[in-house]
Design a protein around this ligand. Structure first.
Ligand SMILES: Cc1cc2nc3c(=O)[nH]c(=O)nc-3n(C[C@H](O)[C@H](O)[C@H](O)COP(=O)(O)OP(=O)(O)OC[C@H]3O[C@@H](n4cnc5c(N)ncnc54)[C@H](O)[C@@H]3O)c2cc1C
Length: 377
């Protein structure tokens, strides 16, 4: 039987991981189309690189735990560079967010490996943290990822296993007949294929609108600021995340990386456009939580988009509307953490549909109680 071809649209971390898992199976041809010169121009190259597994949704948590295991023990030869630093993550809340926070951070289905610590213990770990934390949990095995190393390892590993990556090649449409995907039109011609994986980040929702296979996804822009280097910053501090969309911060390049957890709905083409008015909000959060850092200048300030389904769950797996169409999309603020397990799940679904293999567990993806996509399994 000739090997089927799988087209992957998008060479961000979701497409890269999916391509890697598919290519190393040796059972399919893998072709990746990326509209930019490289795969790190959008969300993947703009994240805060935090690896955190305690999240509100149990299935996302499960994917994050599986991915943590991958990062801790990657396959031999995957990367020369360590993929992550277990500097620890402190999740904390103040009185306004505490009730909600407690329901998920303390729940066995959404939070494994955390240890309750007192506000004073949190301050002992990160001295400049202001008063006002009412509860805190430390996740000592979690921390920060070297996103570039992970991303490059997936792309180079996929290529070593035979995947072809076409940069500056945009998917512009798809061809289907009799309810079956047949191939894709691109800025560089037609690619016949049996399967298509949409891993197009902020563009995933509208990419196939014209063909009737759109999804109601929303891109939200968030800003990150890295301060100038300062001897006040201990580069071994854990990540601190104040729940309730308050703020988070961690050491970076001698300074502190800080987010005010701002989010504004944007069109994907504006996902990286910096809004300087967010600096006021950032200054307020710094004043509230780490006032000692209020006078530090900025070394870098940038924006990126996080893409969400209506209920915030990932959209992963086969789409029942069109045979051969698959999704690796709507990864919100957890895409770099969960990338290894996302790619594995999407690849396993494709391989199971081509060959007589066991299908992985379906992943829930709902829109107001209705499936966003009706998965086949
Ligand atoms: C400010 C910020 C902080 C974040 N912090 C974290 C964090 O700490 N931890 C965490 O786990 N996650 C975090 N995230 C989320 C994470 O970055 C994303 O979930 C992840 O990068 C999504 O990867 P992706 O491959 O789906 O999207 P992308 O990286 O955007 O890749 C999609 C690719 O598809 C390409 N594309 C689109 N349309 C087409 C087309 N028609 N043809 C060809 N190619 C196309 C694009 O050019 C792009 O390269 C953060 C995100 C932001 C913005």
């Amino acid at each position: 039987m000739p090997r089927p071809t799988v087209l992957v649209v998008g060479a961000g971390i979701a497409g890269a991981s999916t391509a890697w898992h598919l290519a190393r199976s040796g059972r399919v041809h893998v072709v990746v189309l990326e509209k930019e010169k490289s795969g790190d121009c959008h969300s993947t190259g703009r994240s805060a690189a935090i690896l955190r597994t305690a999240v509100e949704d149990a299935e996302t948590h499960d994917l994050a735990k599986k991915s943590l295991a991958f990062y801790q023990n990657p396959p031999r030869g995957f990367s020369e560079t360590p993929l992550y630093s277990a500097r620890g993550v402190i999740l904390a809340a103040d009185a306004t967010a505490d009730a909600d926070f407690q329901t998920w951070v303390n729940h066995p289905e959404t939070s494994v490996g955390g240890k309750a610590i007192s506000p004073q213990e949190a301050q002992a770990l990160v001295a400049p943290l202001a008063d006002g934390v009412t509860s805190a949990y430390l996740f000592p095995d979690e921390g920060t990822l070297d996103v570039s190393a992970v991303h490059q390892a997936f792309l180079m590993g996929a290529q070593k296993s035979g995947a072809k990556i076409h940069y500056e090649t945009a998917l512009t449409g798809i061809l289907s007949s009799d309810g079956v995907f047949r191939g894709a039109q691109s800025s560089h011609g037609f690619f016949p294929a049996e399967h298509l994986v949409v891993a197009a980040g902020g563009w995933a929702g509208t990419l196939l609108d014209e063909e009737g296979f759109g999804l109601p996804l929303v891109a939200k822009r968030r800003h990150l600021l890295v301060t100038e280097p300062s001897p006040q910053v201990d580069q071994n501090w854990p990540v601190v995340w104040i729940a309730g969309k308050e703020c988070y911060f961690r050491p970076e390049s001698g300074g502190l990386l800080i987010s005010a957890c701002d989010e504004a709905e944007v069109l994907p083409d504006q996902g990286s456009t910096v809004d300087f008015t967010v600096l006021d909000l950032l200054a307020q959060k710094v004043q509230r939580w780490i006032p000692d850092f209020s006078s530090l200048g900025a070394a870098h300030y940038w924006a990126g988009m996080r893409t969400f389904s209506p209920d915030g769950r990932f959209v992963l797996g086969p789409d029942k509307r069109l045979q051969g169409l698959h999704w690796a999309a709507a990864l919100g603020g957890h895409g770099v953490t969960c990338a290894p397990a996302i790619g594995q799940k999407v690849a396993a679904d494709i391989l199971a549909s081509c060959f007589d293999l066991e299908k992985p567990e379906p992943i829930k993806s709902h829109h107001e109680g209705q499936p966003v996509i009706e998965t086949e399994n």
